[in-house]
Design a protein around this ligand. Structure first.
Ligand SMILES: Cc1ncc(COP(=O)(O)O)c(C=O)c1O
Length: 431
């Protein structure tokens, strides 16, 4: 079952957070910009902008020098690690930074592959972004491994869990699965999949890129072996984050240059990191802490298992999840009223606990690109195509036919913005 224990019974109204996002002051064709490409990347709060520029003013240097700016850089990296550890509920030594999720997955999968043998198996899914499929296929090709791909039920775009259970056997070494879909929004029961993986002696690799902006993550409760996410999808700068159980990070043999540290977790961080963005990530955590503190003072205790910043961040993500469910209900209801519109995946406003507020839709006689262009003219940013969820879009017959229009909400969006979007789509449906 999905963990809903952190969600307060009464959803808070988070629309006040928009004041922290200066990019919403932009206008397009005389109208306030509406940002619905959140699965592609979110906007950042002022705290991120300030922390990034302060890095350049007061700390810009390489690491481990004897001088002040270098030492400030070392401190910022250590603080960013412990901030991410608080968000994911792990030790700072289990956090690895990299340019993005894709690069981290290619790098770690290659290190993992060093210890795999021909005939070993990897389980992937049709629902996943290609960044959680292609790296595993690449090591399979290099090492003579077998990849088993778990299918979906195309009517609901949910994973076939019977097939998943059957695919995980004593030959399985890695189960690679997404926490939430970047195309259709489905949340997977990753806790159950981790249990099945461990029962078979396999490890679980969770792609949490699309879940991290929408709900609380606890890697200890999930007991996953690895979990990857991207800060730019949860109101931070363009960088990737990997959680790995310490025992794995110590055992694996990373590809690295000789003079670089062989300590965990630094041994996986090849070359110079984007220090200014790690400073920016601290701004993200400050912002989320602010949301958590505001809500903690106003509402009931929803994260009593945690303390300090971990607790505040859990409260923030619980509040975000609760508010977004109200947005999802509103969006799904509004979309159901547009004639001839097809929505892929979980459709019912009663199913919002099983999805994040990301939907893929099509209309007859209009290509997804044409719909995205109409929205763009109205100041609404939304993406069209396959969003690299290639297997899924092929399975749904949407590729190679232009994919679908994606509308992806975040906690700073409002029902008024949904109304404006629905107006454009209704007009397109009639035209
Ligand atoms: C579910 C999912 N996984 C992985 C990625 C790749 O992330 P990155 O751009 O950090 O490599 C994305 C990007 O959209 C995604 O949505």
């Amino acid at each position: 079952m999905l963990d809903t224990s952190l969600v307060p019974a009464t959803a808070p109204d988070l629309t006040g957070v928009r004041q922290y996002f200066p990019s919403f002051a932009q206008q397009v064709n005389g109208q306030p910009i509406i940002y619905f490409d959140n699965p592609g990347g979110t906007q950042v709060p002022q705290q991120v902008i300030e922390a990034t520029s302060e890095y350049f003013l007061y700390a810009n240097a390489n690491t481990h020098g004897a001088f002040s700016t270098s030492q400030r850089t070392d401190t910022i990296i250590a603080e960013a690690r412990s901030a991410m550890a608080d968000l994911l509920n792990c030790d700072a030594g289990e956090i690895v930074f990299g340019p993005n999720m894709t690069t981290l997955t290619f790098a770690l999968s290659r290190a993992i592959a060093r210890d795999l043998q021909p005939g070993d198996e990897i389980v992937t899914t049709t629902l996943d972004h290609d960044a959680n499929i292609a790296p595993w296929r690449a090591i399979a090709a290099d090492k003579g491994l077998t990849v088993r791909q778990v299918d979906i039920d195309p009517t609901t775009c949910t994973l076939d869990m019977d097939q998943m259970h059957a695919a995980i056997t004593e030959r399985t070494k890695i189960v690679a699965v997404g926490y939430a879909s970047n195309a259709v929004g489905t949340i997977n029961d990753v806790a159950q999949i981790v249990r099945w993986a461990h029962e078979a002696g396999a490890q679980a690799w969770i792609d949490a890129v699309q879940y991290a902006p929408h709900g609380p993550i606890d890697v200890q409760a999930l007991d996953c072996d690895y979990l990857v996410c991207s800060a730019y999808k949860f109101f931070g700068p363009h960088l990737g984050i990997l959680y790995g159980k310490r025992e794995h990070l110590e055992r694996l043999r990373p590809y690295k240059v000789r003079p670089a540290s062989d300590e965990v977790p630094e041994r996986f961080e090849t070359g110079t990191q984007t220090h200014e963005l790690l400073a920016g990530l601290l701004g993200t955590i400050d912002y989320l802490s602010l949301v958590g503190n505001v809500y903690a003072n106003a509402g009931p205790d929803v994260a009593s298992n945690y303390s300090g910043r971990r607790r505040v961040l859990k409260i923030a993500m619980g509040a975000i999840m609760a508010y977004e469910r109200t947005l999802s209900q509103y969006l799904l209801t509004a979309l159901s009223l547009i004639p001839k519109l097809t929505l892929y995946g979980l459709k019912s406003p009663t199913q919002v606990e099983r999805r994040v507020p990301t939907v893929a839709v099509t209309l007859p006689h209009k290509t997804p690109l044409q719909l995205a262009q109409r929205l763009a003219e109205a100041g609404i940013c939304a993406w069209d195509g396959n969003y690299y969820a290639l297997e899924l879009m092929e399975r749904l017959g949407l590729e190679p036919n232009g994919g679908a229009l994606r509308i992806g909400l975040a906690h700073y969006n409002t029902t008024e913005e949904i109304d404006r979007c629905m107006q454009v789509l209704s007009e397109a449906a009639r035209a």
